[in-house]
Design a protein around this ligand. Sequence first.
Ligand code: HEC
Ligand code: HEC
Length: 326
Amino acid sequence: MKKALKIVGIILGCALLALLGFGAYVSIVGVPTYDPPSIPEITVEGTPARVARGEVIAQIQCMSCHADKNNRLTGKHLAEVPAMFGKLYSKNITQDKEKGIGNWTDGELMYFLRTGVRRDGSYAPVMPQYPNMADEDLKSVIAWLRSDRFPVQPSKEEAPGSEFTLFSKVLAHTIMKPLPYTGQVVAFPDSTNPIALGRYTADAIGDCYACHSGDLIDQDKVNPQKTKGYYGGGIEMVGEGGKKVITANLTFDEKTGIGSRYTKEQFIRAVKFGVRPDGSILKYPMEPKMVLSDREVGAIYEYLKTVPKINHDIAQKTAELQLAEK
Ligand code: HEC
Ligand code: HEC
């Protein structure tokens, strides 16, 4: 018996040492760098249709994290990220050749947006990856980045570098990983099928599931439906003035989801203009998505009807949070 205990003790001791060793290693190495990838040869023609579509996607994706207070994409502090992950900043992605991405090729941008890895092999853990965005939509984003639009015009301004906590460095070595570049063509969904269009708009364009599922970090980027707590909400985020705000349960669960509380028209109004059926305003970081069409947002509603219901009472969670903050 004693011997068994001793062995267990030794094993635990070794595990602890290994863990400490890993922690020390990670704190020195920081966010990992991978082998420089082979970049695809791509040339994106900047047609007006692409620039227009790219602007729609940029408005709901890139602008919210990269735009400074003058609406230029010079990078900014990501205040909504909880402090346990560190003090995180996005980067200058204007056309400036030195501070921005003026020197990146179209292939490098495509590769980075799909995988999270730059041409030198460095990995950007906080920047979302877009494995399911259609090739044509990614090309539209690139066309917009190259366009004459105001937010992307060259600027030398720069945000400070990110300060990662040990916790987020460990995550960047374990759960958060670059995605593989498959090179396979990702096609646009059948847009006459509302459920397919809704799923694409929610998961691949809006990244709605990334905030509205069970965990901010532990997500299945390639198969979003496999993310735990898919659309069940409940993630605590930092809202306006540092106040905590909890993401909503968007499943059609009768008691705790949106199905019984929202008609399709009310849902469209909430997502596009940030107003709930009772007239209250949705709090940051839920930003109004005015650039999406009624058809696209209506399609998200149709898709959410098909998502497995999750009983998760966010109102209750919010009430508990408010009590704790008092
Ligand atoms: C959730 C916030 C967020 C969103 C949304 C986002 N980014 Fe980023 N992006 C970041 C952060 C943070 C970094 C810096 C990563 C780092 O420091 O390693 C970054 C880095 C980049 C870089 C690399 C710049 C460099 O000099 O290394 C490019 C290019 C980029 N983003 C483009 C985009 C585009 C295009 C979009 C929209 C399709 C977008 N980002 C959406 C947060 C975001
Ligand atoms: C950056 C994180 C984030 C993203 C991305 C996001 N949301 Fe939200 N959403 C929130 C938060 C936080 C709330 C809660 C706001 C509040 O309590 O006022 C919310 C609330 C909502 C509500 C209100 C639900 C209710 O119970 O009244 C709807 C509807 C909604 N989001 C739909 C969407 C859709 C559709 C998308 C994608 C197009 C999306 N959200 C993307 C964070 C996000």
